[in-house]
Ligand binder design. Structure first.
Ligand code: HPA
Length: 299
């Protein structure tokens, strides 16, 4: 009873110089006990992207809670499973749901799913999310290729001793969001007849939506979209040398833009409405990468 009232005990992770590799070795052997699939692409499916998961074949689905040290996903609309299977004939890993800072998780735990997909073999990571629109051209229903991000969470998944078996102490984030993969996303959108915008994603911790003053601040800072995920994962992916791409599905105008309160239901409804369009882009993107080889950066 008391435990339920307090929520689950926080998960405590090791913090030594090789703690990421230790954790990933344990996680990977738990996955390998269930599947030997080597993914070429790792995809994080945000709200509304269930139809990508439905298109996977020969799937092994592992609930987060069955992997050592991972909690069940608690966010509504997030299934919380790692899926390994074939999408458009390409071996992929998909996260159906993700871990968030607002659930109380440490940043280093939030990024383990993305690092694990890389550890299992993925060279490309595609992050998707639902986000509020900040800029004038970012109305609800817009699909926005992420060109860059603002990490406004006040934290980093890389604080603490650096695990230099994975990446360098001071990773560069210029062109973190691969220009080649961004161009490929636009090509895929065009081929599907689906318009894609491009812009800057601001990541905050949540779980409150922003105040109208914060949305005005974000506009001044150059953000086009705002959300509560993605930036920790992006930082970790680049640290680990993975090629990175992302798409935000704009579900609502940022707080204060319309004068109406924001609700999670509104976000989920809009995500479910636009999700199938994003799914088509994602599937074509996977197909294109599968045909070209998993890396567009220097083969
Ligand atoms: N703010 C933060 N996160 C979000 C929003 C928003 O307006 N919409 C969907 N996720």
């Amino acid at each position: 009873m008391e435990d339920e009232a307090l929520g689950a005990a926080p998960i405590s992770l090791p913090t030594g110089p090789h703690s990421f590799t230790q954790r990933l070795e344990g996680l990977a052997s738990a996955v390998r006990a269930r599947s030997d699939l080597v993914p070429r692409i790792g995809i994080v499916l945000g709200s509304g992207l269930g139809s990508v998961a439905d298109a996977l074949i020969d799937v092994t689905a592992i609930p987060f809670s069955e992997l050592p040290g991972w909690p069940a996903a608690s966010a509504p609309g997030h299934a919380g499973r790692l899926l390994l299977g074939q999408l458009e004939g390409v071996p992929v890993a998909c996260l159906q749901g993700r871990l968030h800072l607002y659930e109380g998780h440490q940043a280093r735990l939030v990024v383990e799913p993305v690092l694990l997909m890389g550890w299992l073999g993925a060279r490309v990571i595609l992050l998707t999310n639902a986000a509020g629109g900040i800029g004038a051209g970012f109305a609800a229903g817009t699909l926005m290729v992420i060109a860059d991000h603002l990490n406004l969470t006040g934290t980093s998944p890389l604080s603490g001793p650096n695990d230099d078996r994975i990446g360098t102490r001071f990773p560069d984030l210029v062109d973190a969001w691969s220009p080649a993969l961004r161009a490929l996303l636009h090509e895929c959108g065009q081929a599907e007849g689906i318009e894609l915008a491009e812009g800057v994603y601001a990541g905050l911790t949540g779980p409150t939506y922003e105040t109208p003053a914060e949305v005005r601040m974000l506009r001044t800072l150059g953000a086009d979209a705002v959300g509560m995920s993605t930036v920790m994962e992006a930082i970790a992916a680049r640290w680990a040398g993975l090629e990175l791409a992302g798409v935000s599905l704009i579900t609502n105008p940022g707080a204060g833009v319309t004068g109406q309160p924001l609700t999670h239901e509104e976000v989920l409804t809009a995500a479910n409405e636009a999700g199938p369009r994003l799914s088509r882009v994602v599937r074509r993107f996977v197909r294109a990468l599968g045909a070209d080889g998993a890396s567009v950066q220097g083969g």
